[in-house]
Each structure stands twice: as C-alpha cells, then as structure tokens.
Design a protein around this ligand. Structure first.
Ligand SMILES: Cc1cc2nc3c(=O)[nH]c(=O)nc-3n(C[C@H](O)[C@H](O)[C@H](O)COP(=O)(O)OP(=O)(O)OC[C@H]3O[C@@H](n4cnc5c(N)ncnc54)[C@H](O)[C@@H]3O)c2cc1C
Length: 322
C-alpha cells in the first residue's frame, strides 16, 4: 500500500536548494494529519554528506543515489533514479520544487508511474485519509483551482519556490540515511552534458535576496532603485508586473501571482499600489515598507511601515545616507 511523503531534494553543485527545505517543512505539516513519515530523496554525485542537512530540516529517512550518472542534472538518469525509488517504496505523495529541474523531472516520473501531477502549486493540504488537496492559480491567475488525485498513487505535485516555510534546522534531529543503487538502462541516455556555461552573475535571484527593493509604476527612475540595492548587502531589485509589461524589467524579477513568490526579511515597495495579484507574491515577507504618494493605496494595509512620499525623494535620501 502506498505510504509516506517523499520530497525530491534538489541540489545544484552540491548545494541543497532552499525549495527542498521548504518542501520538507510543508511535508512535515501534511504528515501530521496521517502519521506518515517524511522521506527525502537526494540524487547527485558526492552528495551523501548533505543528507544530515535534510534530516535537520525535517526528513525522517534520506534515500541517496550517489552516482557519477547524476553528476549534472540530465533528465533520463534522474528519471530512472526517481522511478527506482518510487517503485521500490511506493510513496503516497511525491513533492518537487517548481524549478526548471522539478518541472522537467516530475512529468517524466508521473508518466512512468501512470499517475497525475499538479504543477506549480501554491498551497497543499491533506485530510486524515491521506488525500492531498493541491491548489494552484488557474486561468491566468484569475482563480485558484484545488485538484485531487483520488484514484492513483503517488499523488504528485510541483510547488513554487518561496511559498512554503522551511523549518529551523535542528542538528539534534535523528534520521536514517539509506544508500540506493539503481540498475541503469544506459541505452536510454541520449543526452550528455559536454560543458556548462554559467550566466554572468548580476544581482541576486529575487527568491534568495534578504532584502528586496521592489518598484512599481510610481518609480520613474529605476537607476535609483539599483543604486540603493547595490548599497544594501544581500538585496536585489524586483518589480510589479507593470514594469515587466512595459519591458523595463525582466520577468525573472516580477513578484506576484504570475511572477515569483518571495519571503524576504524586508520588502521595500516603492510606487506599488498593492493589487491583490501583487500581494499574493509578497505578503508573507517578514517586514514590509511601502512608499507611495497616495495615502489610501492598498499596499499600506499590509505594510509594517508606510511612508506617504515621492519614491524618487526617498531613494535620493537613502542613497545619500548609505
Ligand atoms: C491575471 C492577472 C495576474 C496578474 N499578476 C500580477 C503579478 O504577478 N504581479 C503584479 O505585480 N501584478 C499582477 N497583475 C497586475 C495587477 O493587477 C496590477 O495591475 C499591478 O500589480 C499594478 O502594478 P503597480 O502597483 O506597479 O501599478 P499601479 O497599480 O498603477 O500603481 C502605481 C502606484 O504608484 C503610486 N505612485 C505614483 N507616483 C508615485 C511616486 N512618484 N512616488 C510613489 N508612489 C507613486 C500610485 O499612487 C499607485 O499606488 C496581474 C493582473 C491579472 C489580471
């Protein structure tokens, strides 16, 4: 019988990705409903020592496939390793991050296991019978759909990075590490990674930044925002959709329902009105500062600190001060 919640714990260059820890956090909440275990799956080469980090963040057992075929992410070997784990342990649920890797791998696995997959979820809930309720934006973000998979197991879902909360690491947590070996079918390995060329590093990814300087239509001079971000360690510039639609900002930097969900320590919103689709991506930030010329702007309802002022004037003062 299918049981236990499995989390595909993505690593890149041996670094466990934040989304993996967030998924372990939500998996623990789900597991409380049914008393099931939370198990991590760690794939890669030379990564076994990372298993302790996963246990500290909530995994009961970590299944590790540590093999040179998994040195770099390539869909087929990763799919074979995940299929091996899924067939052997018959999980009731498998969760993936909705990253480029998770979005590639999860559909392959769901097809091989003949089960469903709900992509890009923003909320997960479970009932006592172990049915997973997977909620995701639908119809361009105009409504939320809750999807179930009652007839097949495992129930599979990709979850947006930044939406779920990871648990504080507890180094005293005890768990089991199980080394798995896979019978590879190398005849299916049609792709080989010859070289990896990394994009030049600009500002931090907005999901990883501790502080976001976020700009909306009310910001007339984006240079001021970039200058401020360059002065605050661990910060990056993000934006509302209007600037993305206007071609002034990359979609990678859009916060909101059809952009990214962020949870920084501080979210500084300059000239952003606070439309519901924007709030959906940032209202879980730890501390929100809003700067807006309109004292009735909805953003002030979620702000911890509101400043009714011209964005450019505030940028100027802060850039002078820092
Ligand atoms: C299906 C759907 C999905 C969407 N997804 C997203 C999404 O992911 N992310 C997103 O952001 N939006 C999204 N939107 C769009 C959203 O509804 C809003 O239109 C958008 O967020 C508004 O952006 P804004 O706050 O920059 O602009 P506006 O709403 O035009 O607000 C500009 C604000 O700037 C203030 N202002 C003007 N001048 C100044 C100044 N000099 N100094 C300070 N403040 C000033 C104004 O008072 C105003 O409050 C979506 C919409 C739909 C229908």
């Amino acid at each position: 019988m299918a049981k236990n919640i499995f989390v595909f714990c993505e690593q890149r260059d041996g670094q466990i990705q934040n989304v993996a820890l967030e998924l372990l956090g939500v998996a623990r909440e789900l597991a409380e409903k049914t008393g099931e275990k939370v198990n991590a799956v760690l794939l890669g080469h030379g990564v076994t020592d990372k298993a302790d980090e996963l246990i500290a963040h909530g995994a009961d057992t970590v299944y590790v496939v540590d093999h040179e075929n998994l040195e770099k992410f390539v869909t087929e070997p990763y799919a074979q390793a995940m299929t091996h784990i899924a067939r052997k342990y018959e999980p009731s649920v498998i969760l993936f991050g909705a990253t480029s890797i998770g979005r590639d791998l999860a559909p392959r696995l769901s097809a091989r296991l003949r089960t469903g997959l709900t992509a890009d979820c923003t909320k997960l809930e479970m009932d006592e019978e172990g049915n997973l309720f997977m909620t995701r934006p639908a119809f361009g973000g105009n409504l939320f759909a809750t999807i179930i998979c009652p007839d097949h197991r495992p129930q599979m879902s990709t979850v947006r990075p930044g939406v779920m909360k990871k648990l504080e690491a507890d180094p005293a947590r005890v768990g089991e590490v199980v080394a798995e070996s896979v019978e590879w079918d190398a005849s299916k390995f049609a792709v080989t990674v010859l070289e990896e060329v990394k994009a030049e590093k600009g500002e931090a990814n907005i999901e990883d930044a501790k502080i976001l300087v976020s700009c909306g239509r009310g910001v007339k001079n984006l240079e001021s925002a970039h200058e401020l971000a360059s002065k605050i360690k661990g910060s990056a510039v993000s934006s509302s959709r209007t600037l993305v639609d206007a071609g002034l900002m990359d979609h990678e930097r859009q916060v909101g329902q059809t952009g990214k969900t962020v949870r920084p320590e501080a979210y500084l919103a300059f000239g952003i009105s606070g439309a519901i689709q924007h709030l959906a991506g940032m209202e879980e930030s730890e501390f929100i500062v809003a700067v807006n010329t309109d004292k009735n702007a909805p953003i002030f309802k979620v702000a911890n600190l509101g400043i009714v002022a011209d964005a450019e004037a505030v940028f100027k003062n802060l850039n002078k001060l820092l």
